[in-house]
Design a protein around this ligand. Sequence first.
Ligand code: GLN
Length: 202
Amino acid sequence: MTTPAKPIGVLALQGAFREHRRALERLGAPTIEVRLPEDLERVAGLIMPGGESTTIGKLLIEWKLLEPLRRRALAGMPLWGTCAGAILMAQRITERGREMDQPRLDLLPMTAVRNAFGRQRESFEADLTIAGIEGSFHAVFIRAPFLEPFADSPMEVLTRVGEDAVFVRHKHLMATSFHPELTDDPRIHRFFLNLVARAEGR
Ligand code: GLN
């Protein structure tokens, strides 16, 4: 695997951004924290961490990042949202059957169902089989959403818990309900670096 020439950005407004930086740096990828629209200009790809999607969404507006980030993602910049970050990528967001009107990037044709695993399974771990990744992947879920592609959408579902999609991809955009930055397994971060390398034509 080659490492990107430009750094990978980690959105650092709220949530578990340090863990993502550490995971990328362990793979030899340079990283920067993204807080300003100017920071966005410098990166080859961006990770949006877990946290609280309503808070991160409001901060994206306040810090004038929502529109520039959306524009770059539409123009081909690889973007990976984990948990709250995944919710922000969805075109539709619901919680307990209600439509949520929280700010979002509106990028992926899917419904993010917030806190979908219910109270009994607020936080849990599961060994998942993921398309394109050999062996099983130990995944950590914390108040995680389901990511349901719209009917007939071109999105690829890479893994599910039971019936429910928890890792989806569409071209250079990917979203996971779980938190690969909280375990030592680098394979999902490597998967993202490969998307970045492909976007850079390497
Ligand atoms: N439940 C949170 C939300 O809806 C996401 C939790 C997480 O990112 N771990 O924003």
